[in-house]
Design a protein around this ligand. Structure first.
Ligand SMILES: Cc1cc2nc3c(=O)[nH]c(=O)nc-3n(C[C@H](O)[C@H](O)[C@H](O)COP(=O)(O)OP(=O)(O)OC[C@H]3O[C@@H](n4cnc5c(N)ncnc54)[C@H](O)[C@@H]3O)c2cc1C
Length: 331
């Protein structure tokens, strides 16, 4: 691990000034991902700008009826917050399925959005990886690819995005609020993470001199009955093989509203819009749920070790939608 300087910013202005004036600098949240990557020499910043003490560690109501979650709020605080648990339970559940209590106590919202892939070849500097070393190739494609993507991958990269929290945020139509040298802007969640295409090293729409200040959730009354299911190799401390975040509103025997996103299957949190199209206005029954899953997975591609994810995703989508529909029928 190479030497680096450490600065703690007290305001967003100070953080933005430090990131643009210090050579090869990165923001530091809880450090649960970045410091690991520095220890492995995968990331080698010369300067860290700690943004955990900025005044962005609050969860507040927005004027439009949604919720704003500050970029420096710890993952544990989001999952335990009464407003999140009551109005967006899928988000609290997704966070609690991730990592461990200790890591969630350190990890921040901003850091969770920006965490890097868990692809083995990305972490192994003896392997070829287009994310780590653009143009070098991808050893995952013909290698051991059990945890890799079945949707949205490219011939240059098949790594998945590892976050659970982000799958729920994708389903909830969140917006990312960022500050940069030219002021503030907002990025729709679906546009925040990028697909690899020819440029797998470009992972998000965030510029290197921009800071995540908040994530905003729109009002979504039917999200009060929402669900996150994570399928993984161990019951804790394991990343998703497949996960599903969903919210369903049924009225007069048909699906009035639905939000669906998948994790563990794509290079970004995967909003399942094809499935949503099939579900909207349809009768909520196992056949509809199966058809919706089939529509979403029609473009899926399995590699040597991960083709099982296609059927696993199909069953998990149908299972989660079935459980939500059963709950809707409850008095
Ligand atoms: C053993 C282990 C198991 C895990 N299991 C899971 C799991 O099952 N599910 C899951 O979802 N996650 C899991 N994680 C990942 C964990 O959720 C992330 O490490 C964490 O969310 C990162 O947050 P952080 O604040 O520590 O980020 P950091 O490590 O501090 O930073 C990560 C990146 O975010 C950038 N950054 C931080 N804050 C900002 C900001 N405000 N604006 C712009 N950029 C910023 C940093 O520059 C860096 O590039 C696991 C981690 C470990 C170590």
């Amino acid at each position: 691990m190479r030497n680096f300087t450490y600065s703690r910013a007290g305001t967003a202005g100070e953080a933005l000034h430090l990131i643009s004036t210090l050579e090869n600098a990165r923001f530091l949240g809880g450090g649960t991902n970045l410091v690991d990557l520095m220890r492995e020499n995968i990331e080698q910043p010369d300067a860290l700008v700690d943004v955990t003490r900025l005044p962005f560690a609050r969860i507040t109501d927005t004027t439009g009826g949604g919720i704003s979650i500050g970029g420096a709020v710890k993952n544990t605080a989001v999952a335990n917050h009464e407003m999140i648990r009551r109005r967006y339970p899928v988000l609290a559940q997704a966070i609690l399925f991730g990592a461990s209590g200790q890591i969630r106590n350190m990890a921040t919202v901003g850091g969770n959005l920006m965490q890097r892939t868990r692809c083995y070849y990305f972490y192994d500097d003896a392997a070829r990886c287009n994310k780590r070393n653009p143009g070098s190739g991808c050893d995952a494609i013909d290698g051991f690819n059990r945890i890799h993507a079945i949707l949205g991958a490219s011939e240059h990269c098949i790594a998945t995005h590892p976050s659970d929290m982000c799958v729920a945020l994708a389903a909830l139509d969140a917006t990312v609020r960022v500050a940069g040298p030219n002021g503030e802007r907002t990025i729709p969640f679906d546009a925040f993470h990028c697909l690899p295409g020819n440029t797998p090293h470009l992972e998000t729409a965030l510029r290197t001199d921009e800071l995540i200040t908040a994530v905003e959730l729109p009002p979504l009354p039917f999200a009060r009955r929402s669900l996150y299911r994570k399928i993984r190799d161990r019951a804790s401390y394991a990343f998703a093989l497949v996960s599903v975040a969903a919210a369903l509103q049924i009225e007069s025997g048909t699906i009035r509203n639905v939000r669906l996103a998948l994790g563990g299957v794509a290079p970004k949190p995967w909003r399942a819009r094809q499935a949503e199209r099939v579900l909207s206005g349809a009768e909520p029954n196992p056949e509809t749920f199966r058809r919706a899953a089939d529509a979403e997975l029609a473009g899926a591609r399995g590699y040597r070790h991960n083709a099982f994810k296609i059927e696993l995703a199909r069953r998990t989508i149908a299972g989660v939608l079935g459980e939500l529909a059963d709950r809707e029928r409850e008095p």
